[in-house]
Write a protein that binds this ligand. Structure first.
Ligand SMILES: *Cc1c(COP(=O)(O)O)cnc(C)c1O
Length: 333
C-alpha cells in the first residue's frame, strides 16, 4: 500500500510517540497499557484531525481552493485544527459551529477551542442543534463563490475517504513501531465519533495483516449506527486505496456504553479517568472524546475483559484544549 500516490501536505509531527504507561498499568494490575500519542501531532495543540488534514488540505490545494468551509460543535477540535491548517497554508476559513450541548456555560461558548478558532481568524457562524449542515455549508460555499473566492468543503471531523488516509497511515506507522521494538500489540482502543479515525485504522490494521483487533468507544451515536457508519467509510476507503473487500463487517466493533447523557455532556467516569491519567501519568485527555474512551477502556480492564498478560494500545486523539471550556464541570478535589 503506497500512500505517497495521494496528494499530501505536511502538517503533523510524525511519527507520534508510542509510550508505555507504567503507573496506569500497575494501578489497574495489568494488562500492559500503551498510548499512541496523536495528541502530539503538533498543530495548534495537536490531535487526530491533523493527520486527516494532511490529505484533505492537499486535495483542497489541488482543486485550487482559497477558502475552507467546515463544521463542528462549538468546542470542536476538528475546527480548531482546520482553522490552524488554513492559516499555515494561506487560506481563509469559514466555520459553522453547531450548538450541540444544552445550556452551555460562558466558558463553553468562549474558551477552549472556540477561543483558538478566533485567534486563527476563522470567520465563525453559529447554528442551532440539528441544522442541516450539508445545506448550510453549500450556502456558505455559494457566498464565498459570489464574493470571488474558491471554496472547499471539509466535512465534519474531516471524516471522508480522503481524511481516513491519515489513519491508514497511523496504523502503518504504529505497526512499524511495534515491529522495531518487538512489541506484541493484542488490542487497540480509540474514541470513535465522525468515524474517519476508526475507519482508517481498521482498514490500515487489516491491510497490514496486523491481526490487531480494534475497539471503538462511541461518544455520540448508538452502537448499530456507529458501526454501520464506520464500516461504510472503511469500505469506501479500501476501494479508494485500491483494496476492495479488505474490510469485513465483523471487523468493526464499537462499544457505546460510555456516552452518558449525550455528546459533550460530562460523565462521572470521564472525570475519574481524566483525573486519574493526569495524576498517574502527567497526561491530559479531553472531556468529550478521549476522556470518555479512556473511561470505557479502564472500566473494561477492571471488569477483567482483557487478559493480564496482553498489551493494549490506546490511541490518544488529543482534545486537551477543550478542558478549559469544561473547567466548571470537572469537579476536581
Ligand atoms: C474528532 C475527535 C475524535 C473522533 O474522531 P473521528 O475520526 O471523528 O471519529 C476523537 N477524539 C478527539 C479528541 C477528537 O477531536
Amino acid at each position: 500500500m503506497l500512500l505517497s500516490r495521494f496528494p499530501r501536505v505536511s502538517l503533523a509531527h510524525l511519527p507520534t510517540p508510542l509510550e508505555y504507561l507504567p503507573n496506569l498499568t500497575s494501578n489497574l494490575g495489568g494488562p500492559g497499557i500503551y498510548v499512541k500519542r496523536d495528541d502530539c501531532t503538533g498543530l495548534a495543540t495537536g490531535g487526530n484531525k491533523t493527520r486527516k488534514l494532511e490529505f484533505v488540505m492537499a486535495d483542497a490545494i489541488e482543486q485550487g481552493a482559497d477558502t475552507i468551509v467546515t463544521v463542528g460543535a462549538v468546542q470542536s477540535n476538528h475546527v480548531r485544527q482546520t482553522a490552524a491548517a488554513a492559516c499555515k497554508l494561506g487560506m481563509r476559513c469559514e466555520v459553522l459551529l453547531e450548538h450541540r450541548v444544552p445550556d452551555p456555560s460562558s466558558l463553553y461558548t468562549h474558551s477552549g477551542n472556540v477561543l483558538l478558532d478566533r485567534l486563527f481568524g476563522a470567520n465563525i457562524r453559529e447554528y442551532p442543534d440539528g441544522t442541516d449542515f450539508d445545506e448550510a455549508m453549500s450556502t456558505v460555499a455559494e457566498d464565498v463563490r459570489s464574493a470571488g473566492g474558491t471554496p472547499y468543503i471539509v466535512p465534519g471531523g474531516a471524516s471522508n475517504k480522503i481524511g481516513a488516509l491519515g489513519y491508514v497511515n497511523c496504523a502503518m506507522e504504529m505497526v512499524t513501531q511495534a515491529n522495531e521494538r518487538g512489541l506484541v500489540i493484542d488490542h487497540m482502543v480509540t474514541a470513535t465519533g465522525c468515524a474517519g479515525t476508526h475507519a482508517g485504522l481498521i482498514f490500515g490494521l487489516k491491510a497490514t495483516n496486523s491481526q490487531i483487533p480494534l475497539l471503538g468507544i462511541g461518544v455520540n451515536a448508538a452502537k448499530a449506527d456507529q458501526e454501520q457508519k464506520v464500516f461504510d467509510l472503511a469500505v469506501e476507503t479500501a476501494e479508494y486505496v485500491g483494496a476492495p473487500g479488505c474490510v469485513e463487517r465483523a471487523d468493526v466493533v464499537a462499544n457505546c456504553d460510555y456516552i452518558g447523557d449525550g455528546y459533550g455532556i460530562p460523565t462521572p467516569s470521564m472525570v475519574e479517568a481524566v483525573t486519574m491519567l493526569a495524576r498517574l501519568e502527567g497526561l491530559l485527555f479531553d472531556p468529550v472524546y478521549s476522556g470518555k474512551a479512556l473511561a470505557g477502556m479502564i472500566d473494561l480492564v477492571r471488569q477483567g475483559s482483557v487478559d493480564k498478560s496482553e498489551n493494549i494500545v490506546f490511541l490518544h486523539t488529543g482534545g486537551s484544549a477543550a478542558l478549559f471550556a469544561y473547567a466548571d464541570q470537572l469537579e476536581l478535589e
